[in-house]
Design a binder for this molecule. Structure first.
Ligand code: B12
Length: 206
């Protein structure tokens, strides 16, 4: 695949893998949305570009640097579990998938519910797997309504996990996150990892 070969060349020339996620793939998809909105590309192009990006991510995630490094494992440490996905009615799954890749690289075990996940599915999966974190991606303003439902659903658990939110619908602002009672808001996956595992004093206990 040409896109994968281009990414391979970029990495070989020293571009950090996280930069491919945050500075190449994400803005490329955002740009695609503008082109679609302006009717300069069609829905077929949008689908094709999404599939190509998914194909690139299929191998790229393995190349994200692991923290802590594989050479210094933490003996006996059980990986904390994160449940993530898009809320009800939201079909835009790429952002959540990128968040999942960063969480995995940071040592989390990730249960990705994908797109259009019911609020109760976040809670049920968190309950079964003893999740420490539920992360929800929202792309459109109307998708934000589902966040309160997720908050209520996980609050009914004996040990409610942290709720992290993000995605285009937040427009970079923590306002909605605060209004729905989310514990964490971050504009991108790297910022979320920095909140969960502040450097340099070590990893926060999830
Ligand atoms: C591809 C795409 C689709 C695909 C999605 C396929 C798929 N499998 O994902 C399809 C064709 C299904 C689709 C459908 C629609 N789409 Co659409 N879509 C897009 C597009 C072009 C790219 C989305 C994407 O993958 N972005 C790349 C990801 C990586 O970026 P991201 O989601 O922002 O995620 C990053 C950060 O936000 C953050 N993040 C994301 N989630 C989370 C979560 C947490 C916890 C954290 C910490 C961080 C975080 O980290 C990510 C990595 O940096 C966007 C344009 C855009 N600006 O994004 C429009 C866009 C989102 N769609 C739009 C629209 C209007 C629609 C439709 C209504 C079109 C229609 N008339 O049918 C439907 C709605 C379907 C639905 N019910 O959800 C509008 C939304 C406008 C709005 N504000 O409401 C956009 C913005 C296009 C536009 N410019 O108008 N779409």
């Amino acid at each position: 695949m040409a896109a994968r070969a281009t990414v391979d060349r970029a990495i070989a020339s020293g571009v950090p893998v996280r930069s491919i996620y945050l500075d190449v793939l994400t803005p490329a998809m955002h740009r695609l949305g503008v082109l679609w909105e302006e009717a300069r590309i069609g829905i077929a192009d949008e689908h094709l570009a999404t599939a190509i990006t998914q194909g690139v991510l299929a191998t790229l995630h393995r190349r994200l640097p692991r923290t802590p490094p594989a050479t210094a494992p933490d003996p006996g440490r059980v990986a904390p579990v994160a449940v993530l996905g898009c809320g009800p009615e939201d079909l835009h799954g790429l952002g959540a998938r990128m968040v999942g890749d960063f969480l995995e690289a940071a040592g989390w075990r990730v249960m990705d519910l994908g797109a259009n996940a019911p609020a109760e599915a976040f809670a049920a999966t968190a309950d079964v797997h003893g999740a420490a974190l539920v992360a929800v991606s929202s792309s459109r303003a109307e998708d934000l309504a589902g966040l309160s439902a997720v908050r209520r659903a996980i609050d009914r658990l004996d040990r409610p996990p942290l709720l992290a939110v993000g995605g285009l619908a937040h427009a970079g602002s923590p306002t909605v996150a605060a209004a729905v009672g989310a514990d964490l808001f971050a504009p991108d996956p790297a910022a979320l990892i920095a909140l969960l595992h502040p450097a340099p004093t070590g990893r926060a206990a999830p």
